[in-house]
Write a protein that binds this ligand. Structure first.
Ligand SMILES: C[S@@+](CC[C@H](N)C(=O)[O-])C[C@H]1O[C@@H](n2cnc3c(N)ncnc32)[C@H](O)[C@@H]1O
Length: 276
């Protein structure tokens, strides 16, 4: 299988990200929350992808750098924003180009932090803390291991989304092809995750604090890190972050786990602790 970097550098994927120009509901809530401070902040938009978040932050922030380890993502951002903002190649796990205490705000959106394994995730958190100034903000989202609909990922039955898509297709042959492809994808994920027994797989995953699994991200071609809410809080505290707030997928700022577990992603906003 291709490397994750190779996948992000592939045309289908970078073009898909380049077309995205919206904010997720929790991102709107976080933008609102930080709004009054943004004009005084130096921001690093790490894992910027196709620049989905750029037009919301770059025009109102003191200084903006969009960074990504995938050169094609950096290229599409430069083309999209016509050199209006700065975009560079950088790997979050070792940001040698940035000195300590360089930024007031680091954003790593859309689960970019779930791209790598456990050790690299801890390395990334440490690096982000290093480049942040004391009390600087870090915002990111991550896949939720306790998502109540996690089993849907591994279901051979069509979920609501697939059902709606399928019945939207008028041509019966195309509809059958869609059905076949959807079932094939589920079969492939079961094979990759080494489990055809969905309940066993979910039970196994739920015993853990984190796990790397194949889901539908990156067309099911890469393992994605899923983490429980409590383990994420622990990792952040250990890496030198404090005042950690969480947001549900529908934009609610909450610590209520039932609410958070309604969504497959949890958003986090925290501050760099000066004690580290
Ligand atoms: C899921 S995409 C999100 C893109 C964009 N932030 C958005 O919200 O649309 C994750 C991005 O993180 C980048 N990424 C993954 N691992 C990275 C790393 N180690 N260093 C820097 N960027 C990385 C990928 O190349 C990709 O562009």
């Amino acid at each position: 299988m291709p490397s994750q970097k190779g996948l992000y550098n592939s045309k289908k994927i970078y073009n898909d990200y380049a077309q995205r120009n919206y904010l997720e509901k929790p991102e709107i809530a976080i933008l609102d929350e930080l709004f009054c401070q943004l004009a005084g902040m130096d921001m690093l938009d790490m894992g910027v992808g196709g620049g989905r978040t750029t037009s919301y932050f770059a025009p109102i922030i003191k200084s903006y750098i969009g960074a990504d380890y995938a050169s094609q993502m950096v290229k599409v951002c430069r083309e999209k924003f016509k050199d209006k903002y700065k975009f560079i190649e950088s790997d979050v796990r070792s940001m040698n180009e940035f000195e300590d205490n360089s930024f007031d705000f680091v954003l790593f959106s859309f689960n970019g932090i779930d791209s790598f394994d456990h050790q690299d995730r801890l390395k990334a958190l440490k690096e982000i803390r290093r480049v942040l100034k004391n009390n600087g903000y870090f915002c990111f989202s991550s896949h939720n291991l306790n998502w109540k609909n996690l089993h849907n990922l591994f279901s051979f039955k069509l979920n609501d989304y697939n059902n709606k898509n399928m019945y939207g297709i008028k041509n019966p042959i195309k509809r059958q092809t869609y059905l076949f492809k959807t079932k094939y994808r589920a079969f492939r994920l079961a094979l990759l995750n080494k489990s055809f027994k969905r309940t066993d797989l979910i039970a196994r995953l739920r015993e853990k604090d984190y796990a790397r699994i194949y889901d539908n991200s990156l067309n099911g071609k890469a393992k994605i890190y899923y983490i429980s809410y409590h383990e994420q809080l622990r990792q952040l505290k250990r890496a030198g972050f404090m005042e950690i707030f969480s947001y549900s997928r529908n934009g609610l700022k909450t610590t209520d786990e039932e609410e958070l577990n309604n969504g497959g992603w949890i958003y986090y906003l925290c501050k760099a602790d000066k004690k580290v």
